[in-house]
Design a protein around this ligand. Structure first.
Ligand code: NAD
Ligand code: TDX
Length: 338
C-alpha cells in the first residue's frame, strides 16, 4: 500500500510517517510538504535512505504538483497539511484559506480523477465551536470561532459535498488537541515546557479557565490507522480521549513536573474569540471500529517533557527564528527536493 501523507514534515504528520513505516512492512510513504515554518525535515531525518519513504516539496494549493504526486500511483491519501496555529490565523488568515480550502479541494479533485481508494481529511474538534457543558457528536452543527477553524470547517464541508455529489471516497475526522514530541513550540504545551527549560515565565491567556481535551501522538496515529483499514467512504469520526482539563490545571501540572512554582505563570491578555471548552464524544469510533486511547495523560506529559529536555537542538533554532537558515545550510544542497 502506498500512502501519501501531506504535511508529513509537521508534528502529527511526521509521527504518522514513523508510525506507519514502523508497523506495516508492506507500506510505502510519500510525503508532500510545503515546508512552511512548521514543516521540519529534522522530523524525518532518520528516514534518509529508507527505500519505503519518499519526500516531495510542494504546496497542496498547487493542483499541478498534487496531480503529479497523486497520479504517480497512490492508494490512500492522509491530509495533514494545514496552517494550524489559531493565533496566527487571527493575525493573518490568508495562508489558512489557501492551504485548508484550495489545498483540500485539489486533493479531492485528484482523489476523484485518479480513482484513489481512500482520502482521510484530518480535521479538528474546533469546527464545532465551544460548548459550555455538552459533548460534540458528529452531528453537532459547525460553529467555528477563528479564521483557522472556519477554514478547516470549509474544507470539511467540501469533503462532505464531494462524497454526496461524486461518491468521492473521503473520511473526515474531528480530533481533540494533540500533544507529544516534535510539536512546534508555539502550541501551549511545548511553548510552556521550553519556556521553563529556558527559565522564562509561561504566558497564560485570560483567567486560564478554558478547557481542552488532549490526545497523545500514538493514540491519534492508531485512530487514523484504524480509519484507513475500516472506515466506510463518506463517514465522519470524532477522535477524543475524555481527558479534559482547564489551562490553569494543565499549567500547574507542567510546573509541578518541572519542579517550579506558580510564580512562573504570567497572566496575559486573552485570545480574541477564545473558545472556552472543547469536549468530544468519540462513541462512534469506539463502538464501530473498536478504537480506544491507551496513553494516560500524566504518562504522555512526562514523556513529552523528557523529549523536550533531551532535544534542545531541535527546538532552540525554532524559537530563535534561526531554523530557516539552519535548514538551508543542512538540507538545500544535500539532494532533497527543496
Ligand atoms: P503542524 O502545523 O505541525 O504541521 C503542518 C504541516 O503542514 C507542516 O509540515 C507544513 O509545512 C505543512 N503545510 C502547511 N501548508 C502546506 C501546504 N499548503 N502544502 C503542503 N504542506 C503544507 O500540524 P499539526 O499540529 O501536526 O496538525 C496536523 C493536522 O491535524 C492539521 O490538519 C490540523 O488542522 C489537524 N489537527 C491538529 C490538532 C492539534 O492539536 N495540533 C488537533 C486536531 C486536528
Ligand atoms: O501562550 C499560550 N497561552 C495560552 O494560555 C498559548 C499558545 C495558548 N494558550 C491557551 C489557548 C488555548 O485555550 O492554551 C490553549 C491551547 O492553545 P493552542 O496550543 O494554541 O491550541 P488550540 O487553540 O486549542 O488549538 C489546537 O488544537 C486544535 C491546535 O493548534 C489546532 O491546530 C487544533 O485544531
Amino acid at each position: 500500500m502506498k500512502v501519501l501523507i501531506t504535511g508529513g514534515a509537521g508534528f502529527m504528520g511526521s509521527n504518522m510517517v514513523h508510525y506507519l513505516l514502523g508497523r506495516q512492512e508492506n507500506v510505502e510513504v510519500v510525503v508532500l510538504d510545503k515546508l512552511t515554518y512548521c514543516g521540519n525535515l529534522e522530523n524525518l531525518r532518520d528516514l534518509d535512505g529508507n527505500t519505503r519513504y519518499h519526500f516531495v516539496k510542494g504546496d497542496i494549493a498547487d493542483q499541478k504538483i498534487v496531480d503529479e504526486v497523486v497520479g504517480g500511483g497512490v492508494d490512500v491519501i492522509l491530509n495533514y497539511a494545514a496552517e494550524t496555529h489559531v493565533d496566527r490565523s487571527i493575525l493573518d488568515p490568508t495562508a489558512f484559506l489557501y492551504t485548508e480550502i484550495i489545498g483540500t479541494y485539489n486533493l479531492l479533485e485528484s482523489t476523484k480523477k485518479f480513482g484513489i481508494k481512500k482520502m482521510v481529511q484530518v480535521s479538528t474538534d474546533e469546527v464545532y465551536g465551544s460548548t459550555v457543558d455538552g459533548l460534540f457528536t458528529e452531528e453537532t452543527r459547525f460553529d467555528p470561532s477563528s479564521p483557522y477553524s472556519a477554514a478547516k470547517a470549509g474544507a470539511d464541508h467540501l469533503c462532505s459535498a464531494y462524497f454526496k455529489t461524486y461518491g468521492t471516497p473521503v473520511v473526515v475526522t474531528h480530533s481533540c488537541n494533540f500533544y507529544g514530541p516534535n510539536q512546534y513550540p508555539e502550541k501551549v504545551i511545548p511553548l510552556f515546557i521550553t519556556n521553563l527549560i529556558e527559565g522564562k515565565k509561561v504566558p497564560l491567556y485570560g483567567d486560564g479557565s478554558n478547557v481542552r481535551e488532549w490526545i497523545f501522538t500514538e493514540d491519534h496515529c492508531s485512530a487514523i490507522e484504524m480509519i484507513i483499514e475500516k472506515a466506510a467512504s463518506g463517514s465522519v469520526y470524532n477522535i477524543g480521549t475524555d481527558y479534559r482539563i482547564s489551562n490553569i490545571e494543565l499549567t500547574q501540572k507542567i510546573l509541578a513536573l518541572m519542579g517550579v512554582g506558580e510564580e512562573m505563570i504570567e497572566r496575559v491578555k486573552d485570545r480574541p474569540g477564545h473558545d472556552w471548552r472543547y469536549a468530544v464524544d468519540h462513541t462512534r469510533l469506539t463502538q464501530e471500529l473498536g478504537w480506544r486511547p491507551r496513553v494516560d495523560f500524566e504518562e504522555g506529559l512526562k514523556k513529552t517533557i523528557a523529549w523536550y529536555r533531551e532535544h534542545e537542538a531541535w527546538w532552540k533554532p525554532l524559537k530563535s527564528g534561526a531554523y530557516l537558515e539552519y535548514y538551508k545550510q543542512n538540507y538545500a544542497s544535500k539532494g532533497h527536493m527543496v
